[in-house]
Design a protein around this ligand. Structure first.
Ligand SMILES: [Zn+2]
Length: 446
């Protein structure tokens, strides 16, 4: 046909599904690496990109810079029923650094290849940042109104503790989160395929607590050739070995028990609480997320003492990365103190709460309904994360009940857990499209 004969084509309307991949790629192309030392200026650029995409459809947002370059974006959509509490949907804009030499692609190019978007942040968590943007833009373009107020927050600094992000916002701008009682964010909502007729979607309802502990032993300094029954290095090394080698018993929190029960049922295997390993064997690489949630853990990570071969130092130190189960903080520290003994002191390098909420209520029901509407093979199960997210800050500071819910229907053979902070991080384009459909249903119907 000549151009004159070509039927007039109206350009396809932009939808959340049609633009979510490009929005994700756009954010990946902004290097917002967080080195934890204030360097890495990309957060402001990422926040400005979000602001621009919101402004394009007429959404006004609040920009909060907690320190130069540390940009946060917050906007509220008014719901139709003011009697309902608000829901917070939050995502962090920073990413962990990537060493380009290790990657098959440029980690900051946002390349689409083989049906995946590749790049740092593709799953942690510019995927959700883009899904939030795409759904909000679509609701706005179509003039649809949610039932309750929705607060969207794109924040800085999650990867270094949230001091310039969530913590700053809850401390200095709590009014932005007025009436918020619940939140969704990373890390949950992704699928684990049992067989083509059954996919488990893991929704995060609990997180272990964190205790980075410095152990300090004081002793008598002296010459290395002489008798010394008060050697700080010996005392510390004994304590570190005991803590590091301690066989923490399996302790099933309500969330972990429910998770194991559901997974056993899905795979048709028995649930033996004294031997859950056969169940964990069925979840493949996802064991990275949940393998450490059946007990406390204490891993020695740093040691320090001495300055010369023949001088006994007066002090020796070590750092232990401890992670405790929700509801069992007290017995964790009691045991640690018994293990280190009376001669070794303990200080916190960093201490953060554990979280656990129940897998019930209207929000959970809405998440399940939204998943099932888009994937009839979906069955949602709660799980506990061994790490932590910004949900801890929103809970600790504002009492917000948080869930990990970034809905992604993943290919059965995808090693999703290794994508987090991993080399060749990537996300399937069709998983993002699934995600915006689920989120749209959830945010409108809840
Ligand atoms: Zn993250």
């Amino acid at each position: 046909m000549t151009p004159a004969e070509t039927p007039a084509e109206t350009p396809a309307a932009t939808t959340a599904e049609s633009e979510v991949a490009e929005l994700c790629a756009e954010l990946i192309r902004i290097d917002s690496s967080n080195y934890g030392d204030g360097s890495g200026p990309g957060e402001r650029a990422a926040a400005e990109a979000v602001m621009a995409r919101l402004a394009e459809v007429g959404i006004e947002a609040t920009y909060v810079e907690s320190a130069p370059g540390r940009g946060n974006v917050i906007t509220r959509v008014a719901g139709s029923d003011p009697s309902l509490p608000a829901l917070l949907v939050h995502g962090h804009l920073d990413v962990v650094p990537a060493n380009a030499a290790d990657w098959s692609v440029d980690p900051f190019a946002g390349e689409v290849r083989d049906g995946y978007i590749w790049g740092r942040g593709a799953v942690d968590m510019k995927d959700m940042d883009a899904m939030m943007l795409a759904v909000l833009r679509q609701l706005t373009r179509e003039g649809r109104r949610p039932r309750r107020d929705l607060v969207f927050a794109w924040v800085a600094d999650e990867e270094a503790g949230g001091v310039y992000g969530a913590r700053h916002l809850t401390a200095h701008h709590p009014e932005l989160f007025e009436d918020v009682t619940e939140a969704i964010s990373e890390v949950g909502g992704y699928s684990l395929e049992v067989d083509p007729s059954l996919r488990l979607y893991l929704i995060e309802t609990a997180q272990k607590g964190l205790a980075w502990m410095k152990l300090i032993a004081d002793g008598t300094a002296g010459h290395g050739s002489m008798l010394n029954s008060d050697n700080a290095v010996t005392e510390l090394a004994t304590a570190v070995a005991r803590v590091g080698a301690h066989p923490w018993p399996i302790t099933l929190t309500p969330t972990v028990r429910q998770f194991l029960t559901e997974v056993a049922d899905a795979f048709g295997i028995p649930f033996d609480e004294h031997d859950p390993q056969p169940i964990l064997d069925r979840i493949g690489p996802l064991v990275r997320f949940v393998g450490a949630t059946l007990s406390h853990t204490t891993n020695p990570t740093q040691l320090g003492a001495g300055y010369k071969s023949n001088v006994i130092p007066g002090q020796a130190t070590a750092v232990i990365d401890g992670r405790f189960l929700p509801g069992h903080e007290e017995d964790f520290f009691k045991t640690v103190d018994t293990l280190i003994g009376p001669k070794v002191r303990r200080e916190f390098v960093h201490h953060d709460i554990a979280l656990e909420t129940t897998f019930d209520g209207a929000l959970v029901e809405s998440m399940i309904a939204a998943l099932k509407a888009e994937d009839p093979a979906a069955r949602a199960v709660p799980y506990c994360m061994s790490g932590g997210t910004d949900n801890k800050t929103f809970f600790a500071d504002l009492g917000v009940r948080g869930f990990g819910f970034v809905p992604l229907r993943l290919p059965a053979d995808m090693d999703f857990a290794s994508m987090f902070h991993g080399v060749d991080e990537r996300v399937p384009v069709d998983a993002l499209q699934f995600g915006v459909r689920v989120l749209d249903r959830l945010l409108i119907n809840y």
